[in-house]
Write a protein that binds this ligand. Structure first.
Ligand SMILES: NC(=O)c1ccc[n+]([C@@H]2O[C@H](COP(=O)([O-])OP(=O)(O)OC[C@H]3O[C@@H](n4cnc5c(N)ncnc54)[C@H](O)[C@@H]3O)[C@@H](O)[C@H]2O)c1
Ligand SMILES: N[C@H](C(=O)O)[C@H](O)COP(=O)(O)O
Length: 337
């Protein structure tokens, strides 16, 4: 595979990125403050007081500048341009408060709207806490689904990249019990079309080679360990292959990720979240990037969560956020060429 390298060479020439700071009690604000060291063309969406307080707690000397829409935004190292969105309640690092859930969603909404209007080239998201948003009475399963709904996109595909791997998912944040029923021929066909299309358009791969995992152990063992491969997955793969897609048959997931197989592939399609992501995170946790394919906008994210216990301690690593910025820049570049 030729996934994004972990050598971080960030361009300062691309257009403005919007970085959402995520759950205010988590490490998102800490990571955004760390970005001030890089002089990148970005604006952080956050409550400015929260950032100032967190910087003080971390002992960071960061000058917070006010974002002015459509004016040139150029931060030099030590500065951070901030699009201020007010919190509902003051925040203590590490302590979740459902009262701030609307604020978290407001960050995402403002960034997505700015991408759609052309104000921002892309959005990069720091982690949110799904549980506390639901505790506030707001049904929420993830950025992926939220941004699909916000942009009226009927289907999007979650793909994580890192450790020389790209892993896309046929289903995302779904209880395991519901996975088999969710994998239908129309869904699988649509997911593969989005995956191939975006690998071409946003990653510059002419005819991406995709390995597809089966759902059942040993890809169903000829129907003796489940029939989804025979009845659902194989017919879709045969149809798309006849159209010119470079895709495998459904492969046993336990051996699909062997090095010799991955050498033949640009991406893997896993059937569900924990079939694909543990492998990827084992290979690259802290340097991986989560990418939403199929959106009308470019959105990338970190590969980790809110790590509440690290907020305000100075121990949160910024590597994945930097990679997410780099990949967003690369995607925007591919789209322009
Ligand atoms: N992109 C996102 O918004 C996103 C991604 C994954 C998880 N989450 C959410 O985050 C919450 C917590 O999830 P979790 O506990 O499973 O995972 P987590 O990633 O927050 O924590 C897992 C482990 O990794 C460590 N860790 C995480 N990020 C780190 C960093 N930048 N530097 C150093 N160490 C780091 C943590 O301390 C912990 O030991 C959940 O609500 C989950 O849904 C959000
Ligand atoms: N599934 C993601 C992961 O494991 O990293 C994470 O939950 C974030 O998903 P969203 O980007 O949809 O919030």
């Amino acid at each position: 595979m030729t996934a994004p390298s972990s050598n971080i060479a960030l361009s300062t020439k691309s257009q403005l990125l919007a970085v959402t700071s995520g759950e205010p009690a988590g490490i998102g604000p800490d990571l955004c403050l760390q970005l001030a060291g890089y002089g990148l063309p970005l604006v952080v969406l956050a409550d400015k007081t929260l950032l100032a307080e967190r910087a003080q707690q971390l002992g960071l000397n960061v000058t917070l500048l006010d974002y002015v829409a459509h004016a040139e935004t150029r931060s030099t190292p030590g500065q951070l341009t901030v699009l201020h969105i007010p919190l509902s309640q003051p925040v203590e690092a590490g302590k979740l408060d459902p009262a701030n859930s609307r604020y978290v969603l407001e960050l995402l909404t403002r960034a997505a709207q700015g991408c759609q209007s052309g104000e921002f080239a892309s959005m990069v998201t720091a982690p949110v806490h799904k549980g506390v948003i639901n505790d506030a009475g707001i049904p929420f399963t993830g950025h992926t689904e939220f941004l699909a709904e916000l942009t009226h996109t009927p289907l999007v595909v979650m793909m994580l990249a890192g450790g020389n791997l790209r892993v896309a998912l046929a289903t995302t944040h779904l209880p395991l019990r519901e996975v088999s029923d969710a994998i239908t021929q129309p869904l699988l066909e649509a997911v593969l079309r989005i995956l191939r299309h975006d690998l071409q358009r946003r990653f510059g791969l002419k005819n991406p080679r995709i390995l597809v995992a089966g759902l059942n152990p040993h890809a169903g063992e000829n129907g003796h360990l489940g029939r989804e491969e025979i009845e659902v997955i194989t017919p879709v793969l045969d149809k798309l292959r006849a159209e010119g897609f470079n895709i495998s048959a459904p492969l046993p997931a336990d051996t699909l990720f062997a090095v010799h197989r991955l050498k033949e592939a640009d991406a893997v399609l896993a059937m569900y979240h924990d079939q694909g992501l543990p492998v990827l995170k084992h290979a690259s946790f802290g340097e991986g990037v989560n990418i939403t394919l199929g959106l009308p906008i470019i959105r990338t994210s970190v590969d980790h969560g809110t790590a509440l216990e690290l907020a305000g301690t100075g121990k949160a690593e910024v590597g994945s956020l930097l990679e997410a910025i780099k990949v967003a820049q690369e995607m925007a570049q591919h789209e322009r060429t």
